[in-house]
Design a protein around this ligand. Structure first.
Ligand SMILES: O=C(O)C(=O)C[C@]1(C(=O)O)C=C[C@@H](O)C=C1
Length: 362
């Protein structure tokens, strides 16, 4: 840079330094205030939860709507304040989040995006173990995928939600960008590719066109695929960039998923009940009696109360009788009067009824 340019930049950079000091001073004050909040919570319930998902959403949404934000982008407000809140929460009490591991999985990324980086991660070998870790208080929260825009529902998560006492306390949708990776960034001598079955399915067109002879080997997660490929020169993995970083693999091709808009929605699960945040969703499971018109009858209380359904998914009940569980998401919190009326009617009509939780909509 030439001297004239540096001379012009110098006062602006001094100004940025001064602003950063102001920001840091305010962040320290915020941290001390959060510690005081933590003291109040501990005095009321020594072992009670510190996490309040509805409050975290309200803090971020209020700032995004504020006139003081421009030109700082709304997405950046969410990302920055997720980390500020995470650090403040960590000063109150550390939060442990369980997810399908190993390190570098999309579930880990979803946990960081939801709760920030000031958390303890607990990588688990299966979705069942994620639920078990939270149920047994080894972790405070869990992060599990529930649906993908290309491949549909994650059935194991739906089945675990049916029987688990845990509640949904948040949701996070991630763009899933798959990469082909190997130890040295070359495909020479590589005869097979490891990945999670869902990820192999999301890339099957690309694999068929560019690497039709590669043997496709399904494994428990794509981060596990990266872990395996890290010690096997004859193998590639399909996983995300975080997995390549975590397992020191080189990316051969990036963005190889057949649908460029491929997204996965994750659910945060835990033991706390989330209060209304002002923009919430409620998830429930229903089964209806096995008779004509029963599904239609099931939906009518929502229409009658003006409650919008945002998702409707069915899973066989495995009774061998063509019976189904219906996984339904509606807009609103279970304490909202219209949602409460709808739930009461559904409960009185359904052969099976379970509310999985009300939580802030992303
Ligand atoms: O308001 C609270 O209850 C806090 O503990 C503070 C705070 C925050 O940093 O804003 C931190 C953790 C909670 O999950 C919600 C908000």
């Amino acid at each position: 840079m030439d001297d004239a340019l540096l001379a012009k930049l110098a006062p602006l950079r001094d100004r940025i330094d001064a602003i950063d000091t102001q920001i840091l001073t305010l962040l320290a004050e915020r941290a001390r205030t959060a510690q005081a909040v933590g003291d109040v919570k501990h005095a009321a319930h020594a072992d009670g939860p510190v996490l309040r998902p509805e409050r975290e959403s309200q803090v971020i949404r209020r700032l995004q709507a504020s006139e003081h934000g421009a030109p700082f982008p709304a997405d950046a407000i969410a990302a920055v304040w997720t980390e500020i809140i995470s650090a403040c929460r960590g000063l109150e009490r550390s939060l442990t989040a369980a997810f399908l591991g190993p390190q570098g999985s999309f579930s880990e990324q979803a946990a960081f995006e939801q709760f920030g980086h000031a958390i303890q991660g607990l990588a688990c070998p299966s979705f069942d173990e994620v639920f078990r870790a939270v149920e047994s208080d080894q972790a405070d929260v869990g992060m599990v995928p529930v649906e993908n825009s290309t491949e549909g529902a994650v059935n194991r998560t739906l089945d675990l939600l049916l029987t688990s006492p845990l509640r949904i306390l948040g949701e996070r949708s991630l763009v899933i960008r798959h990469c082909l990776m190997t130890r040295n960034g070359s495909m020479e001598g590589v005869t097979r590719v490891y990945s999670h079955p869902q990820s192999l399915a999301q890339c099957q067109g690309w694999l068929g066109r560019l690497h039709p002879t590669l043997e496709r080997v399904p494994v428990s997660s794509n981060a596990e695929a990266a872990r395996l490929a890290a010690s096997d020169p004859t193998a590639a993995a399909i996983a995300g960039e975080a997995a390549a970083r975590a397992w020191k693999l080189e990316i051969v091709s990036a963005g190889i998923q057949d649908d460029p808009h491929n997204r996965t929605r994750f659910l945060a699960i835990g033991k706390i009940d989330t209060l209304p945040s002002g923009r919430d969703k409620t998830s429930l499971i229903l089964a209806v009696p096995n008779r004509a018109g029963a599904v239609y009858d099931m939906l009518s209380p929502m229409a009658a109360n003006g409650v919008s359904m945002t998702r409707f998914e069915s899973r066989p009940a495995r009774t061998g009788q063509w019976e189904y569980f219906f996984y339904v998401d509606v807009q609103g919190h279970r304490d909202d009067p219209a949602v409460a009326r709808t739930l009461a009617t559904l409960e009185s009509q359904a052969a099976f009824f379970k509310v999985l939780g009300s939580y802030p909509a992303q």
